[in-house]
Design a protein around this ligand. Structure first.
Ligand code: C2E
Ligand code: MG
Ligand code: MG
Ligand code: MG
Length: 282
């Protein structure tokens, strides 16, 4: 804006900025309303065991179809939810919904399915919510056991307050849950935390995975993460597998599991269960 003003034509830039701010503000207002009216949905993206090709779990991902604006990406509304504090409500909703979906799948099939569900936790939740209390209440109301949950945390949840993060991670382990470090390699945390915190899974960020076919540096980074995980006794999940080549390459490099459009996009609960049934049984 400053530069534009100096150039003598502020109108060119200011309206666009003003409308971005307006959109952000109305997204916040409308997200609050959508949460209160229970209008968000949770989709489930299959996680595939790269050795066997079977579905081992699903990542729960929030979806919001706005009445007028249509589909709004989580990359837009999650940051707004974080800035406004609505992420606490959204996070509790996602945790309960995902646990209940797993319980519903079990009862539909008539057995405890060998599946886990991954739920994303924002750094804001780690900083401000009682995560362990929220998780145990979701376990209680759905009846599923803690070992069927994977909590996906990001490096930013450690950096702010490592002491608090340690207590949260330990509390999640005490509930038998699996702890995954999401978007690994994109944050600012120290490798020392990998040693200190009870982390079970490293999720390799999509930016490295999608780079693998064109960029030798991405391959080097993925290899390094895989061998680091192996040395520390952690398993690995690669995000953003879009081609069969990536799936076979990552499997050959020893990556334990993967998700991506090559296998399936995030699906509605019912379609996700059907995907599991056709892939694991038929
Ligand atoms: P994430 O946790 O890293 O989730 C993986 C994202 O990669 C998802 O985007 C998924 O749809 C996308 N993805 C998976 N495979 C592929 C692929 O092959 N190609 C491409 N292009 N994309 C792929 P999505 O659903 O748009 O979510 C974006 C981010 O929003 C998530 O990244 C997560 O950080 C956040 N998010 C979504 N739902 C929630 C939630 O319930 N709670 C919190 N705290 N964050 C959420
Ligand atoms: Mg995630
Ligand atoms: Mg991720
Ligand atoms: Mg990501």
């Amino acid at each position: 804006v400053k530069q534009a003003k100096q150039a003598g034509k502020p109108q060119v830039y200011e309206p666009r900025e003003a409308s971005a701010a307006r959109r952000r503000f109305s997204i916040e207002t409308e997200l609050r309303r959508a949460l209160d009216k229970d209008q968000l949905r949770l989709f489930y993206q299959p996680l595939i065991d790269l050795k066997t090709g079977k579905v081992s779990g699903f990542e729960a991902l929030a979806r919001w179809t706005h009445e007028d604006r249509g589909e709004i990406s989580p990359n837009e509304f999650i940051p707004v939810a974080e800035e406004s504090g609505l992420i606490l409500q959204l996070g509790r909703w996602a945790m309960h919904k995902a646990s209940q979906t797993l319980a519903d799948w079990d009862s539909k099939i008539g057995q405890q399915l060998p599946l886990y569900v991954g739920v994303n936790l924002s750094a804001i939740q780690v900083a401000r919510d009682d995560i362990a209390g929220m998780v145990s209440s979701a376990l209680k109301s759905s009846g599923i056991s803690g070992d069927r949950l994977t909590l996906e945390l990001t490096e930013s949840s450690i950096v702010q307050d490592p002491g608090r993060a340690t207590r949260v991670f330990d509390a999640l382990k005490a509930l038998d849950a699996t702890v995954a470090m999401d978007d690994f390699g994109t944050g600012y945390s120290s490798l020392a935390y990998l040693q200190r915190l009870p982390i079970d899974v490293l999720k390799i960020d999509r930016s490295f995975v999608s780079g693998m076919m064109v960029d030798p540096d991405s391959v080097a980074i993925v290899r390094a993460v895989l061998s680091l995980a192996d040395a520390l006794g952690m398993s690995t999940t690669a995000e953003g597998i879009e081609t069969v080549e990536l799936a076979t390459t990552l499997a050959a490099l020893g990556c334990s599991s993967g998700q991506g459009y090559y296998f399936a996009k995030p699906l509605e609960a019912e379609a996700a269960l059907e995907y599991w049934a056709s892939r694991n049984r038929g």
